[in-house]
Design a protein around this ligand. Structure first.
Ligand SMILES: [Zn+2]
Ligand SMILES: [Zn+2]
Length: 333
């Protein structure tokens, strides 16, 4: 099969993904083999490729927002029929036995594996995954539009929940890429006012089109104090500015897997019971609930589609803020 392979981490400007022919993976007993139709491009892929996350497998096929069709099932994997349209997301497997899994927080599992990071991902014509970590994709979404729901969507949804935002509340988004462009649609559905801070003018326009009450530069002061805010951009320097925008008791959620160093700031910015918390991965329940709500609303993702052979170009565009919405690789038909 054809696959986009990373042999060693490097700046995306050097186009480090190589399109190669590799053997089709074989499903284990409890796994399914999926023929990939498309795979969303996530900022985490960029962090993996550029070596901002510690190496977990090398070489590696990135990609963790996979939409495809079940092609074969292991002997103990009866959950899906052949041909079912399914999604594979970041959480590839958890041990099910550690204290976190047992407490319902499998997103914090002590021994997890992650798609496109510790096991091969979806920048390829085929992928295998444990049947219990695979999602059925709601029928109403075309393949390309479904792909960004699987990480941008699910993580944005978990971030929204952890922000504690209530209907009628004011919520800030810092960075307005793939995750924010989905999360705003959920927030608007909940009757939340969204204030979007992002450096790129195209992203500001997209935020307004999607119903933001205000859009401005990343460090601009908005017109109102916020009940909660989510930082999607990977820059720690935003943290003090976002804290400053919060009302007393407000929550700041850091939605990324990687962030540059957070500068020191005066305690006054945090005092008055403001809270900072990160978001790590997601549970399968987050994924199931989000996909159901996404179909109900329904979420409409804006996607820019690239062929698999242009994965490097898609990732360069993502790094340069040149994607309004989400980038998706089209792999098979
Ligand atoms: Zn666990
Ligand atoms: Zn992701």
């Amino acid at each position: 099969m054809r696959a986009g392979i990373l042999r060693s981490p490097a700046a995306i400007e050097t186009n480090p993904l190589e399109l190669c022919d590799v053997p089709i993976p074989q499903p284990g007993a409890s796994e399914v083999l999926v023929r990939v139709k498309c795979c969303g491009v996530c900022r985490t892929d960029l962090h993996v490729i550029e070596g901002e996350l510690p190496e977990r497998k090398s070489p590696i096929i990135p990609g963790h927002q996979v939409v495809g069709l079940v092609e074969a099932c292991g002997e103990s994997a009866p959950r899906f029929r052949i041909g079912a349209r399914v999604g594979i997301a970041w959480l590839h497997h958890t041990d099910g036995t550690c204290e976190y899994c047992r407490a319902g927080s499998e997103n914090l599992c002590d021994d997890p594996s992650f798609t496109g990071y510790s096991v091969d991902g979806g920048y390829a014509e085929y992928i295998v995954a444990p049947q219990d970590f695979v999602y059925l994709i709601p029928e109403r979404f075309p393949d390309e539009q479904a792909a960004p729901l699987l990480c941008a969507g699910i993580i944005g949804f978990r971030s929204l929940r952890l922000s504690g935002i209530k209907p009628g509340g004011r919520l800030g988004f810092y960075g307005f890429g793939a995750a924010a462009h989905v999360a705003i649609q959920v927030a608007r559905h909940w009757n939340v006012e969204v204030y979007a801070s992002t450096r790129d003018a195209r992203h500001q326009r997209l935020a307004l089109e999607l119903g933001a009450a205000w859009a401005g530069g990343t460090l601009d002061e908005g017109p109102a104090k916020l009940d909660a805010a989510i930082i999607f951009a990977p820059s720690g320097e935003i943290v003090p500015a976002a804290l400053k925008a919060l009302r007393k008791g407000g929550t700041l959620v850091l939605g990324g897997i990687h962030m540059s160093a957070i500068p020191s700031f005066d305690y006054d910015l945090l005092y008055q019971e403001r809270v900072i918390r990160s978001v790590a991965n997601n549970t399968r329940q987050d994924g199931e609930e989000f996909l159901r709500i996404a179909a109900e609303i329904p979420i409409r993702t804006r996607v820019q589609v690239f062929p698999l052979s242009e994965a490097n170009r898609a990732l360069n565009a993502l790094k340069n803020d040149a994607i309004p919405g989400a980038a998706v690789l089209k792999v098979g038909t």
